[in-house]
Design a protein around this ligand. Structure first.
Ligand code: AMP
Ligand code: ZN
Length: 115
């Protein structure tokens, strides 16, 4: 846990968020500035700064995050239509919050290439 990290604060319940899923190692909540009709953030409870800070000890965690993403897409009804999972890494990748997170986007046709 990092005391000044926005997502750690959400995980600790110090900042309100619409939490849609949580387990012992993962929390998912609505993105406050949705870029699609369905836009959620899936985050590990563990404070990991970026994708580049992952180690082999996190391999199961990342697998579990993808399992949660698929389950949420299914439960929320957009799995069959299709969806996108996005992880932005570092400034040029568009990362703004320095706690590893995966965007789960659905409810519209996605475009390619991404912006
Ligand atoms: P990124 O640019 O990949 O670091 O994404 C950060 C995301 O966090 C953005 O999509 C923001 O809209 C979202 N965000 C920022 N503050 C909050 C908050 N308080 N609650 C929920 N989502 C947030
Ligand atoms: Zn954090």
């Amino acid at each position: 846990m990092a005391s000044d990290c926005l997502f750690c604060k959400i995980i600790r319940g110090e900042i309100p968020a619409t939490i849609i899923y949580e387990d012992a190692e993962i929390v998912a909540f609505k993105d406050v500035d949705p870029q699609a009709p369905q836009h959620f953030l899936i985050v590990p409870r563990k404070h990991i700064r970026t994708t580049l800070d992952l180690t082999t000890a996190d391999n199961n965690l990342i697998g579990n995050i993808y399992q949660v993403a698929g389950k949420l897409a299914h439960d929320l009804g957009f799995a069959e239509d299709g969806f996108r999972i996005v992880n932005n890494c570092n400034e040029a990748g568009g990362q703004a919050v320095w706690h590893l997170h995966f965007h789960l986007l659905g409810g519209r046709d996605m475009t390619w290439p991404p912006g």
